[in-house]
Ligand binder design. Structure first.
Ligand SMILES: N[C@@H](CCC(=O)N[C@@H](CS)C(=O)NCC(=O)O)C(=O)O
Length: 224
């Protein structure tokens, strides 16, 4: 297998972390997002979305970090993607919730427009409206994550066992570290995120992202 990725990519992180934790081996191919390699050939034709990660396994080329996690867990018959119909439905539900509800406001409206020039809106007013919208909506979603998904004292998002939903969600939620988001109003989220960060491979896999966050120490962000 080959994993086309970038070490400072939020959506490469859950795949790389899951593979590292589970001892799944693949050749890592770095697509240099910093120099725009994803907009150039051969990558632009290889993945017309011009995004990482991409997993290649024989004749299968798979985009979407959520789909890659599901494929790997199934391929290696891992309990992190349960076989039980209802348990699996809960994992799917959680991953869709993160991808479609939480990530839209958290990633694409609050964090990314402040972190990456190509996500910045073309006018100051547009930027301000987008980021404030993202900030307000993110508070709502974080409260739901804290009170509903993690509200009954559970250790992991869908129950007592860690699943690929935790890997996927933690990487997205930890994007907030890049803008120094204060999670203290959401104690269940903070505690769950700490459990994910205690995984042996979280630190090594997140090193490039931590380095990027460190380089932004002087930048002011709209966060909580
Ligand atoms: N829905 C996709 C999103 C992939 C994505 O946004 N990848 C980012 C890295 S975190 C990327 O390649 N960005 C390149 C760019 O924005 O130019 C997934 O979950 O895999």
């Amino acid at each position: 297998m080959k994993l086309h990725m970038h070490p400072a990519s939020i959506t490469s992180r859950p795949v790389r972390l899951f593979m590292a934790e589970k001892g799944i081996e693949a050749e890592e191919v770095i697509v240099d997002l910093m120099t725009g390699a994803h907009h150039q050939e051969p990558f632009a034709s290889f993945n017309p979305n011009r995004l990482v990660p991409v997993l290649v396994d024989g004749d299968l080329k798979l985009t979407e970090s959520s789909a890659i996690l599901k494929y790997l867990a199934d391929k290696f018959d891992l309990p992190e993607y349960p076989k039980d119909l209802k348990a699996r439905a809960r994992v799917n539900e959680m991953m869709d919730w993160i991808n479609t509800n939480f990530y839209r406001d958290w990633g694409y409206n609050l964090c990314y427009p402040q972190l990456f020039p190509h996500h910045q809106r073309p006018t100051a007013e547009g930027q301000d409206v987008t980021v404030r919208w993202g900030s307000d909506k993110s508070k709502f979603w974080l409260q739901v994550l804290n009170d509903y998904w993690l509200g009954d004292g559970r250790t992991w998002l869908t129950g007592d066992q860690i699943t690929i939903a935790d890997y996927f969600a933690a990487s997205v939620v930890a994007l907030g570290d890049m803008i120094r988001y204060d999670f203290s109003a959401y104690p269940n989220v903070s505690a769950w995120l700490s459990r994910m960060k205690a995984l042996p491979n979280w630190g090594p896999v997140s090193a490039a992202l931590d380095g990027f966050a460190g380089s932004l120490a002087d930048k002011k962000f709209v966060s909580a």
